[in-house]
Write a protein that binds this ligand. Structure first.
Ligand SMILES: N[C@@H](CCC(=O)N[C@@H](CS)C(=O)NCC(=O)O)C(=O)O
Length: 212
């Protein structure tokens, strides 16, 4: 989303999650939930503010840079309501199910993993979330219509995440990801994606400190 609105004109600090860097006192002062992402904003008067929820970060950036045209104007409208719904559907509902799969398949200590939880959320995602997204993408190229919006940053991310778990296999999702991948901001954001190691090795600090 930052690449979409300001190109490369921002600074990135990588957080070594598998080493447990998010549990350091320094990081907990930024985000007591010990999680990424964190957006740090420096306002014109020098005040520094942090935003620690991905849905809020994406929605804020779209509104902060209206020239990018990534959100219907904040004035109440059917388009604005639908856009907010899908942005938050991606950042809460889809994310919640994928997160359960993630932690029980890749993060938790082996003796805390639960196959029933994995099966429950894989089933819920496939039978409830996927059809809603597929139905929209069968009608329009992007999640809220003919134009790419910030909601596609969130839902698109969730679809790519799901495909990494063998979900969202229908051609409609493949074509959607193909459309997203044509965007220069997408290429910039995912340039280092291959460095990501899905399974957290059991001896890493994250496995010991993870709170769920
Ligand atoms: N609700 C938050 C969730 C953020 C979140 O769960 N981040 C994960 C990675 S995707 C994290 O940093 N977890 C590290 C930990 O809990 O130790 C958001 O959407 O921004």
């Amino acid at each position: 989303m930052l690449h979409e609105v300001v190109g490369n004109n921002f600074e990135v600090s990588r957080v070594a999650l598998y080493d447990g860097a998010q549990y350091s006192d320094e990081f907990l002062r930024l985000n007591p939930n010990h999680a990424v992402p964190v957006l740090e904003i420096t306002w014109d008067n020098g005040t520094v503010q942090r935003v620690i929820e991905s849905g809020a970060i994406v929605a804020f950036l779209a509104d902060a840079y209206p020239a990018a045209g990534l959100a219907p104007t904040p004035a109440p409208s059917p388009e604005r309501a639908d856009y907010l719904q899908m942005l938050h559907f991606g950042s809460t509902w889809m994310d919640m199910m994928l997160w359960q799969v993630r932690i029980h398949e890749h993060v938790l200590p082996a003796d805390q993993r639960d196959d029933r939880t994995i099966a429950r959320y894989r089933h819920k995602f496939t039978t409830e979330a996927e059809p809603q997204v597929a139905e929209r993408l069968a009608r329009t190229p992007f999640i809220c219509g003919d134009r790419f919006t910030a909601a596609d940053c969130v839902v698109g991310h969730s679809v790519i995440w799901a495909r990494g778990y063998g979900l969202c296999r229908d051609d409609v999702f493949k074509a959607y990801v193909g459309r997203l991948a044509q965007r220069p901001a997408f290429a910039a954001a995912f340039a280092d994606a291959r460095e990501f190691e899905k399974q957290v090795p059991q001896d890493r600090e994250l496995v010991r400190r993870f709170t769920g």
